[in-house]
Every structure is written in C-alpha cells, then in structure tokens.
Write a protein that binds this ligand. Structure first.
Ligand SMILES: Cc1cc2nc3c(=O)[nH]c(=O)nc-3n(C[C@H](O)[C@H](O)[C@H](O)COP(=O)(O)OP(=O)(O)OC[C@H]3O[C@@H](n4cnc5c(N)ncnc54)[C@H](O)[C@@H]3O)c2cc1C
Length: 284
C-alpha cells in the first residue's frame, strides 16, 4: 500500500514545531527517524494531514554529561548511543541494549525519542529508561515538563505525552561505581523484536545486591517492573536460593499473553531463565 497524501514541514525551531502541532492538532505527526512511522503510513494505520519533521531543529540531539546526569537528546540515533563512550561509562545498560535493536541500518536512523514516543512494549529503550529511573523531558508551547520514566508508559503504544508535546531529551542518573548492569533478551532471529527481554541493574557490595531493578519487555502492554522478584533479590547475594525465590516471585509480577509464536507459559519460562542469567551477570 502507499500512504495517503500528506503535507510536509521541516521547522527550524521548536517554536515553529509547536505552532504546527497547535494548528493541526491530532492531524499532525512528528517525524524523527521514520523507522516506525513510515511503516504505519504505508499501511495507512496513520493518516496524518501533515508530517512535522524535527530533523532540522537545533538542540535535540547529542549526548552530554551534566554534573551527575547523562543527558541524551531525543533525536539521538540508536547507533550514536551504541557507539558513545559517555554512554558506555555512565549508562552501560544502554550500551548493552543498543545492539539488540533491529539492524544497523535501522539503528542509524531510528531515534531515542521516537522509540519512547512509540512505546512498543517489546522495545529496548522504554524498559531501560524505567530500570535506569530516567526522566523524560518534554516540551510544548506551554513550556517544559519532566516525567519519570516509571510514569511515562501508560498503555499499549500510549504514553503520558499530551497534545502539542514532544520529547526533547532523556536524563539519566550517571551509574555509581559499584553499580552493575545486565541487558538480556531472547529472540527468534538476531535483530527481531524481543520475545522476552530484561533490563537489570543493582549496586553490588561484598556480593550483596541493593537498589535492584528488574524491568521486563515483551511480557505486558508496557515495560513491567518485577516488584516481587526485586524484593526477593534485594539485600541478597544472588545465591541459588535467592535466585529460585526471584524466579518463583515472577508468577506474581508477570501475566504475559501469548503471541502468534510463543505461548504465555513459554514466556514465563523465558522470564525465569533471564532472571537467573541476570542475577549471575550482576554479581559476576
Ligand atoms: C524492521 C524493523 C525492526 C525494528 N526492530 C526494533 C527492535 O528490535 N527494537 C526496537 O526498540 N525498535 C525496533 N524498531 C523500531 C525502531 O527502533 C524505530 O527507530 C523506533 O521505534 C522509532 O524511532 P524513529 O526515530 O524512527 O521514530 P519515527 O518512526 O519517526 O516516529 C515514531 C513515533 O514517535 C513519534 N515521535 C518521534 N519523535 C518524537 C519526539 N521527539 N517526541 C514525540 N513524539 C515523537 C512520531 O510522531 C511517531 O508517532 C524496528 C523498526 C523496523 C523497521
């Protein structure tokens, strides 16, 4: 299929983009890397009257360390994040996750902001942002607001973004020196969306875990923070008993539905496998 006809604008400033979003309301769509949006247009799942390309707006891309915060512009591509030394040092979870996103050609174009706005429950960045307790910075004609990643993903492909708002950046607390990270996922073929994935992080002192975060992708309509499994590992040394307790606790945390290829039981099993692997990686 071909997309329905649309107008195209390439504003040079945020204010111009806000004016276009206000003028066209729900009939305007922001265009970043186009890696998800163009497919939706071609299938006529989206039929906007205008695309507002944010590619020429200054200040929306790049990676910077500001004090103890890593700031990544919304238009920064997956590939730039993957290759960034600052990301590898201050947010190693993102560096581990990036190679799992599709293929290099898609990572060269797709952006952090586009992925977060899309809110695909099987995408890597949303789960990582929740695990890293990131803050999503959004802006509109009314000004700027900051939304905790834990509050940003509301439902399937649904976020806390309001009308006229766009994501400008993501703020991530820089990793502490005793922090460990593990990003794992199971896929049918390399480059596919994950069947089940896990973004994990914890501080490790004398082999004991604290500040544990376990956030799954592919098992719900949003990233799923596994609270009971987290409690089972918190303060423990990730020995066999603690790992078994965390695996058992997943039954309280996760209620995955089946998809075309994978049953709910298989997904639950995969989640248990990933928790054991992540616990080993965190203390390893
Ligand atoms: C074959 C294929 C495989 C893929 N596999 C994976 C995968 O394994 N994992 C994964 O995570 N992703 C995967 N993707 C999706 C890819 O990561 C996209 O890049 C990403 O989902 C969207 O980013 P984008 O910059 O291309 O956004 P676009 O496609 O341009 O936009 C996506 C949506 O976000 C909105 N948007 C874009 N930028 C902003 C902003 N700054 N503020 C507010 N709204 C905005 C747009 O209006 C649109 O609704 C895959 C894509 C393809 C084509």
């Amino acid at each position: 299929m071909k997309p329905s006809a649309f107008a195209y604008a390439r504003p040079r400033a945020l204010e111009e983009a806000f004016a276009l979003l206000e003028a066209h309301g729900e009939n305007a769509k922001l265009l970043a890397g186009g890696q998800s949006l163009l497919a939706s247009l071609n299938m006529r799942l989206a039929t906007p009257e205008i695309l507002v390309d944010i590619g020429a707006i200054p200040g929306l891309d790049g990676i910077a360390v500001k004090g103890k915060t890593l700031v990544i512009g919304a238009r920064t591509t997956h590939r730039t994040i993957e290759r960034s030394e600052a990301v590898a040092r201050h947010a190693p979870l993102l560096a581990q996750a990036a190679p799992h996103i599709a293929h290099i050609a898609i990572r060269n174009a797709g952006t952090l902001g586009g992925s977060l706005a899309m809110a695909d429950p099987a995408a890597e960045w949303p789960a990582c942002c929740v695990a890293l307790q990131a803050t999503i910075v959004v802006a509109s004609k009314k000004g700027e607001r900051r939304i905790a990643a834990t509050e940003f993903f509301k439902d399937l492909y649904t976020t806390a973004l309001g009308p006229g708002e766009l994501i400008t950046a993501v703020e991530i607390p820089c990793a502490e020196t005793d922090e460990r990270h593990s990003f794992l996922e199971l896929v049918r073929r390399r480059g596919d969306y994950a069947i089940v994935g896990l973004a994990a992080r914890a501080r490790v002192k004398a082999s004991a875990l604290s500040g544990v975060q376990l956030v799954f992708l592919g098992v719900g309509v949003t990233p799923v923070r596994a609270k009971a499994a987290i409690a089972a590992l918190e303060g423990k040394t990730a020995d066999a008993d603690a790992v078994r307790a965390a695996q058992a606790a997943l039954d309280r945390d996760l209620a995955p539905g089946p998809d075309l290829y994978t049953s709910a039981d298989a997904k639950r099993h995969m989640a248990r496998v990933l928790v054991a692997r992540a616990a080993a990686a965190l203390v390893g």
